[in-house]
Design a protein around this ligand. Structure first.
Ligand code: ADP
Length: 178
């Protein structure tokens, strides 16, 4: 468990569809019509209502975020964001990834959802190296907390043991564990 200002930050290994928070974030694609990886898992576990609401929303530009209900998931809402496809690291990937995290938290604040779980956006099919991505993810979250004093809790949910260790080691470096 980590703390930054008044926010509790946790790093956990597991399946984000099982996490009980007010909002989970989905690493979606521009169509918002579902896909593989964490996106597929969220749509499968959440049920059709999520896809129906995504269809009405009609897509999402990279770096932005949109919101639907959680359907059958234990969370109330799903915040769908779209991370960048990693090319060479010089094509605006860092800013787009930062925006994906930051804009997800902005939407959480608008809906007053004060516990939010993130997967590792862009580091699966989209190929963003996780050792680089973790720094961007943590910076965006800490910046948001500093600027908005929100949310009360953030969970980083990593599917693999390796990803979990990378996140946990990085947070240990940046924040003091307590
Ligand atoms: P992207 O297209 O943004 O790269 P992916 O879903 O392919 O998204 O991968 C993002 C990360 O989500 C990967 O590290 C993958 O292992 C992880 N992941 C896949 N399924 C789940 C799940 N159910 N819960 C949490 N993380 C997951």
């Amino acid at each position: 468990m980590y703390r930054y200002q008044d926010t509790e930050i946790n790093v956990v290994q597991g399946d984000i569809t099982k996490v009980k928070v007010e909002a989970i974030v989905n690493a979606a694609n521009n169509t918002l019509l579902g896909g593989g990886g964490v996106d597929g898992a969220i749509h499968r576990a959440g049920g059709r209502i999520i896809l129906e609401q995504c269809k009405k929303i009609g897509g999402c530009p990279t770096g932005e975020a949109r919101i639907t209900v959680g359907g059958n998931l234990p969370c109330k809402y799903v915040i769908h964001t779209v991370g960048p496809i990693y090319k060479d690291g010089k094509s605006g990937e860092e800013e787009l990834l930062y925006n994906a995290y930051y804009n997800s938290l902005k939407l959480a604040k608008e809906y007053n959802l004060d516990s939010v779980a993130f997967p590792s956006i862009s580091t699966g099919a989209y190929g963003y190296p996780i050792e680089k991505a973790v720094k961007v993810a943590v910076k965006a979250v800490l910046d948001f907390i500093e600027e908005e004093d929100f949310p009360r809790q953030v969970k980083f949910v990593l599917f693999s043991e390796r990803d979990f260790s990378i996140y946990d080691n990085y947070l240990k470096e940046v924040l003091k564990e307590n």
